[in-house]
Design a protein around this ligand. Structure first.
Ligand SMILES: [Zn+2]
Length: 180
């Protein structure tokens, strides 16, 4: 193991990190959220290494978690940035659909879908996948929306059905146009 440099030089080289890590509450917080091995790795990045990277420490602390490939498909698509942001919000259920507005205590005369007469609450899933109007749009592209699948499984299904490398450049603008 690399021998730690003297404390005085640490203070000169990494003043902010020294201040952070010399604070006992920082270590207490770390011990609550992290494994001992993680704390040690994080500490070694500061005390033993010659350079400290916030990104490296963040990755150590945040760990890794699986995300659906849809998010990779969004970022690697060549759609306009605003369209990508829109679809990212849609994938996270953050668009201001009527069910979300109701959840935020916004008063509306009705909360059902504005595009069909089914008296179904307007959710992003209904609006973009299961609404009759949207279903007819998908069918124009030869896409079938299975009601038994969740939205991410439907994305995989669309990808397989379209079977072209630019499938997101088809899906994202279609959803955008429906929303606008
Ligand atoms: Zn509808």
């Amino acid at each position: 193991m690399q021998r730690p440099p003297p404390l005085s030089s640490l203070l000169l080289i990494f003043p902010s990190q020294y201040k952070l890590m010399s604070n006992s509450s920082t270590w207490k917080s770390l011990s609550r959220i992290s494994s001992p091995r993680l704390i040690m790795t994080f500490g070694l990045n500061i005390w033993g290494g010659t350079s400290f990277f916030v990104s490296k420490a963040y990755k150590q602390l945040a760990g890794s978690r699986w995300v659906h490939p849809t998010f990779k498909w969004i970022s690697s698509s060549s759609c306009e940035h605003k369209h990508k942001v829109f679809f990212w919000l849609l994938a996270h259920d953050r668009l201001s659909t009527r069910n979300i507005l109701r959840r935020k205590n916004m008063f509306l005369q009705f909360y059902s879908c504005v595009l069909c007469n089914l008296s179904v609450e307007e959710t992003d899933e209904h609006l973009f996948l299961h609404c009759e109007l949207e279903k007819s749009c998908w069918s124009l592209l030869g896409l079938v929306v299975p009601s038994s699948l969740d939205p991410f499984q439907i994305m995989e299904h669309f990808k397989a059905q379209l079977n072209v490398p630019f499938f997101m450049e088809i899906i994202i603008p279609l959803c955008w146009n429906l929303w606008m």
